[in-house]
Design a protein around this ligand. Structure first.
Ligand SMILES: Nc1nc2c(ncn2[C@@H]2O[C@H](COP(=O)(O)OP(=O)(O)O)[C@@H](O)[C@H]2O)c(=O)[nH]1
Ligand SMILES: [Mg+2]
Length: 334
C-alpha cells in the first residue's frame, strides 16, 4: 500500500490527495491472482490552481490534423476537459454528449470546479458503459461463441473462462473450435482443454457444430472458438455467420483495447452482421487510453461481459464493471 501511495505521489507530485483506497483481489472470481490496491487520488485544487493541466498527449487517429476547433459555448476549463475526453479515444459526439449531460446537472457556479466535473463524468460514463454479469446458468446451459479480428485474444479468453468456470466455479465446461485454418490454432485450445480436463471438439462445418453441441448437452457452459476474421473479408464473415444460424448461441465480439478509434465503426458494422450479444475487451494492459471501450459498447449496442488484462491464463480476466471502466477511461484526470 505504501508503495502505491509513493507511486501516486511520484506521478502526481506532492499535491496529490488520496480520496479512497480499496484492497482488491484480481481474477474472475477474486480467487486467483495477487492482491492489488486501488487508490483513487486527486490533485489538491488549491495547490494546483496556478498550474496548467498538461495538454492531451495523444490525438486519436480519426481526428483531422491541426488544432481541434474550440467550442464557443463552453468556458476554457470545460473545453480543456472536452479535449481530455477526446484524448482518451472517446469520439467527438460522445464527448460532447457527456459534457452536456454533466453540465446540465451542475449549477453554473460549480463549472469551475474541475474535480466536481470529472467525478460527475465518471458517474455518467459508468452509467453509459453497459456491462453484464457472467452466466448464472439459472436458465440452463450457456453457449457462447467468440468472434473478432485475428490476434485479439479470442482463444486465450476462452482458455481463461474455461479454467475459471471449470476449476474455480466447478461448472461442467466444454470447448469447441471452428478454427481449422491453422493446425496450431486447434492445438492451442486442445492443450488448454486437456490441462483443464474438459471435453474438446473440432468442427469443420455448420452441421458438425450442431452435432458437437448436441454431444455436450450435459455441459453447463460451451465455449466456441472461431478463426480470426478480417472485417474486410465479407466472404469469411458470411461463412462465420452460417455456422451459428442453427444454434442458439450468445455471440461475444472480442475487441482489443489497442484498436484504433477510427477502425471501430467498420469492425462493429461488419461483425454486427452476426447479431452481437456481448463485447469482450482484451489487452487493457497494452494501452493507456480506454475511450474505445465506451465507443465500441455504444456502437455494438451490446453490454461488455469481460475485460482481459494480460496474457496469463487463467488470472488475467475480470468481469466488466461500469465504475472500473469509467476510472480506466478517466484515469489520468480524476
Ligand atoms: N497483453 C495481452 N496479451 C493478450 C491478452 N489476451 C491475449 N493476449 C495475447 O494475444 C496473442 C493472441 O492471442 P490469441 O488468443 O491466440 O488470439 P486470437 O487469434 O484472437 O485467438 C497471444 O500472444 C496472447 O497471449 C491480454 O489481455 N493482454
Ligand atoms: Mg485463436
Amino acid at each position: 500500500m505504501q508503495e502505491a501511495v509513493a507511486q501516486l505521489r511520484s506521478e502526481f507530485g506532492r499535491d496529490a490527495v488520496i480520496l479512497h483506497t480499496k484492497q482488491k483481489k484480481r481474477g474472475l472470481f477474486g480467487l486467483f491472482g495477487q492482491t492489488v490496491y486501488e487508490i483513487i487520488g486527486a490533485v489538491d485544487p488549491e495547490a494546483a490552481k496556478h498550474k496548467e493541466r498538461k495538454p492531451p498527449k495523444k490525438v486519436p487517429a480519426s481526428e483531422p490534423a491541426g488544432p481541434t476547433p474550440r467550442s464557443h459555448i463552453w468556458p476554457e476549463n470545460i473545453d480543456a476537459i472536452y479535449q481530455g475526453l477526446l484524448a482518451t479515444g472517446i469520439p467527438r459526439e460522445t464527448a460532447n454528449g457527456l459534457i452536456s449531460d454533466v453540465l446540465r446537472g451542475i449549477p453554473d457556479a460549480e463549472w469551475g470546479n474541475a474535480h466536481r466535473i470529472w467525478s460527475e463524468l465518471a458517474n455518467q460514463i459508468s452509467q453509459q458503459v453497459s456491462t453484464v454479469e457472467p452466466w448464472t446458468f439459472e436458465d440452463g446451459q450457456g453457449i457462447a461463441v467468440f468472434i473478432g479480428p485475428t490476434g485479439v485474444g479470442k482463444t486465450t479468453t476462452i482458455a481463461k473462462l474455461a479454467a475459471n468456470f471449470a476449476l474455480v466455479a466447478g461448472k461442467k465446461v466444454g470447448v469447441i473450435t471452428t478454427d481449422t485454418y491453422r493446425i496450431a490454432a486447434v492445438d492451442q485450445l486442445k492443450t488448454y482443454a486437456d490441462i483443464i480436463g474438459i471435453p474438446f471438439e473440432v468442427v469443420f462445418s455448420p452441421k458438425e457444430l450442431n452435432t458437437a453441441v448436441a454431444k455436450m448437452q450435459d455441459r453447463d457452459l460451451i465455449l466456441i472458438d472461431t478463426a480470426g476474421r478480417s472485417p474486410s473479408n465479407q466472404l469469411h464473415i458470411n461463412e462465420l455467420r452460417s455456422y451459428f444460424q442453427g444454434v442458439p448461441v450468445e455471440v461475444h465480439l472480442v475487441v482489443s483495447a489497442t484498436t484504433k478509434e477510427s477502425d471501430i465503426p467498420r469492425l462493429v458494422e461488419v461483425f454486427g452482421e452476426i447479431p452481437i450479444d456481448r463485447v469482450v475487451i482484451t489487452k487493457l494492459d497494452e494501452t493507456t487510453t480506454y475511450g474505445i471501450i465506451l465507443h465500441v459498447s455504444k456502437l455494438a449496442k451490446a453490454p461488455i461481459s469481460f475485460v482481459t488484462t494480460g496474457q496469463g491464463v487463467p488470472d488475467d480476466i475480470e468481469v466488466a464493471d461500469g465504475q472500473y471502466i469509467a476510472k480506466l477511461i478517466l484515469g489520468d484526470f480524476i
